[in-house]
Structures are given as C-alpha cells and as structure tokens.
Ligand binder design. Structure first.
Ligand code: SF4
Length: 188
C-alpha cells in the first residue's frame, strides 16, 4: 500500500507542474512550444529530430510538426536536412531561441527548488530520476536520460580536449556539453 507521504509528494509534483505551466501561458510561446524548445535546447545532435521530439513528448508527429512550424516562424528554431542522414530533419536552436530559453518560466521553479534545498539537489534528482525510470518501464518508451548516465558513455575515452569522451554505441566523440545533453539512445 502506498504511504500517505508518497501520495503527498505525488500531489506536490502535480501542483508544481501546473503552477509552472500557468506561467508559460503569459510568455511569448504557448506551453507546447516551450516544451519543444526545451527539448531542442537540451537534446544532443543524435536526438534533435521531429521523430525523437514526438517520442519525448508522447505526442503525434503531426502535432509536433505544427509546433515546430510555429517555432520556426517565430525565429526560435531551424529545420534542416540532417548531415548524418539526408532523409531526416535536424532541429537547431537559433540565437533568438537561445535568448528565449534564458527567460524560460521553468527557471523560476528551478530557483525555488535551489533556494529550498541547496545541499540536497543531487538526492532530489536521484529520487525523481528513479521514479521517472520506473514509470517509463511500466508505460514503455525511452528514458531520454543525460548522456553521462548512459551505459555506452566512455568518460575520458575521446580523442582530445574539446571532445574528451566517447559514445561506444554510435562510435562518436563527445564534448563535455554533449555529456550533459539528453539522448534518444540513452540506456541507464
Ligand atoms: S553514450 Fe548513450 S546517451 Fe551518450 S550519445 Fe551514446 S547512446 Fe547517446
């Protein structure tokens, strides 16, 4: 039987999510556009595709396509044929998109969490990440975890200072920034 404390935590997460989203409605983008823009800002170069975005959001490709068209028209993302696979579209954040991310309404929630538990952030992340993993395992779907948590990540296995790490699955060099990005292929 689930404890009262665990149910309280679930309700708090739900409430925080709703309040954070209510701030999105007054910004320059609607909630769906903010979600897509966050994905493009956080995903690595193997994952910034409309198909991966649809999978990340649990949405249809048609819905995601409409969102991306709106973001492109507002000047926040570009959609270009992928250099790795010309049949695939690669999404990139524009300088205007990067500027918008610095005003992301979710940063207010992040600041509140940091102010509340500055010395417990790693523990909070670990709890939430493990709960997310359990939910994904139950419902199916991909984790989209951070690269450095992947079993294919080889810390220090890269070829140089700018790309110090290596992906054993894709045989690709990885920078420090790549190691923090989320990835469609990530496996815990
Ligand atoms: S190490 Fe894992 S998460 Fe990182 S790029 Fe390779 S498959 Fe993706």
């Amino acid at each position: 039987m689930t404890s009262t404390a665990a149910i309280d935590v679930a309700h708090l997460i739900d409430r925080l999510d709703r309040l954070a989203r209510s701030g999105e409605a007054v910004g320059e983008l609607n909630p769906a556009q903010w979600e897509a823009l966050r994905f493009v800002a956080r995903a690595n170069r193997f994952s910034r595709t409309p198909a991966a975005l649809a999978e990340y959001l649990g949405s249809t490709r048609g819905t995601v396509s409409q969102t991306l068209i709106a973001l492109e028209q507002k000047g926040h993302v570009t959609r270009e044929p992928s250099l790795r696979d010309r049949r695939s579209i690669m999404l990139e954040l524009t300088p205007m998109g990067a500027h918008a991310m610095r005003r992301d309404p979710i940063l207010a929630l992040a600041a509140d969490i940091e102010a509340t538990a500055p010395n417990q952030l790693e523990a909070v992340v670990e709890v939430l990440r493990t709960a997310l993993h359990a939910m994904i395992t139950r419902n199916g779907g991909r984790a989209f975890g951070a690269c450095y948590t992947c079993r294919h990540f080889r810390k220090g296995g890269g070829s140089g200072r700018s790309e110090p790490h290596h992906c054993a699955l894709l045989d690709e060099q990885l920078s420090e920034a790549d190691s923090r990005a989320i990835c469609v292929e990530q496996e815990a």
